[in-house]
Design a protein around this ligand. Structure first.
Ligand code: FAD
Length: 266
């Protein structure tokens, strides 16, 4: 039996080509998961060969892609971070840029950065029972020729959303809207919202981080939500961080400064 896993948006002409390389493990994606997976393969299976294939020109995945104002984690960094390289930043809920730097530093610290092949987009994976191997097709892209790579084990760390087109509902007549419509995934620093009236559609984690930051510059920001949600105000550092850190990372960071940050806010 053979199975074929064809990735979304791919158009593949089946080619009979030579195999460029064969690895024990191929990890797809150099985001927080891919770097973590690579560390564990390297550490726990030292004799195994592996490669990390990344479709973009940089690592970090989510934390490299999203640039909207106020981007930060919505789970605590002691949980989101790596057990093998615990988060040591000051904030329990960290800014996007700090998370990206943490992922990059981790990759460099453990030599994972040298295992990443950038601009390597996997567009097809097929399994052969006869050979006990996955064969991956890598799209030709920015200096990378179309290639075929093989692996005994395929580790998909490719995230859960479409990097090219974030989910956007069809809003009838949106084309006649005179203002700017932007998806947070496509945010770039040229977008100017100072003194403008803004509606943020949705009330999930992205909206919750975006609204307070935009409100600092915009004339007015309204959050439009379909269903009510509940939010608690929480300090981004403070005594809870210290408790978490003590329990999870075995450290004691209690200090008068952290108590002040919690009670007065930071
Ligand atoms: C704004 C935002 C905030 C978030 N905050 C949190 C949080 O606080 N806590 C939490 O737990 N989660 C959060 N998430 C979810 C978050 O995406 C994950 O927690 C985590 O970053 C996912 O890491 P990942 O490595 O699995 O995937 P990603 O970060 O999506 O990385 C996947 C990588 O795979 C690459 N890739 C994809 N397809 C291919 C392909 N075919 N070939 C080669 N490479 C490919 C991508 O280019 C990317 O680099 C957040 C998500 C967003 C969008």
């Amino acid at each position: 039996m053979s199975s074929n896993y064809q990735l979304k948006n791919s158009s593949l002409a089946v080619m009979k080509e030579t195999i460029n390389s064969t690895y024990d493990v191929i990890i797809v994606g150099a985001g927080i998961s891919g770097i973590g997976a690579a560390y564990h393969i390297q550490n726990d299976c030292p004799g195994k060969t592996f490669a990390v294939l990344e479709s973009r020109a940089s690592m970090g995945g989510t934390w490299d892609l999203f640039k909207y104002p106020g981007i930060r984690s919505d789970s605590d960094m002691l949980t989101l971070g790596y057990a093998f390289n615990p988060w040591k930043g000051d904030k329990l809920f960290a800014d996007g840029s700090a998370i990206l730097q943490y992922v990059k530093d981790t990759a460099q610290k453990f030599g994972i950065d040298t295992k990443i092949q950038y601009n390597h987009k996997v567009i097809d994976a097929s399994w052969s029972d006869k050979d006990n191997l996955w064969t991956l097709q890598i799209a030709a892209h920015e200096g990378v020729h179309h290639q075929q790579l093989q692996a005994r084990f395929l580790f998909m760390c490719s995230g859960y959303y479409d990097y090219n087109n974030g989910y956007t509902p069809d809003f009838p007549e949106s084309e006649s809207f005179k203002g700017t419509i932007v998806h947070p995934q496509k945010w770039d620093s040229s977008i100017n919202y100072a003194h403008k009236k803004v509606i943020v559609i949705g009330s999930g984690a992205t909206a919750v981080t975006l609204v307070p930051e935009m409100a600092k510059k915009a004339e007015k920001v309204i959050m439009l939500q379909r269903s009510p949600s509940i939010h608690f105000k929480f300090a981004r550092c403070g005594w809870l961080y210290n408790v978490f850190e003590q329990v999870i990372a075995g450290k004691n960071r209690f200090s008068p400064r952290s108590m002040e940050a919690y009670f007065i806010g930071d």
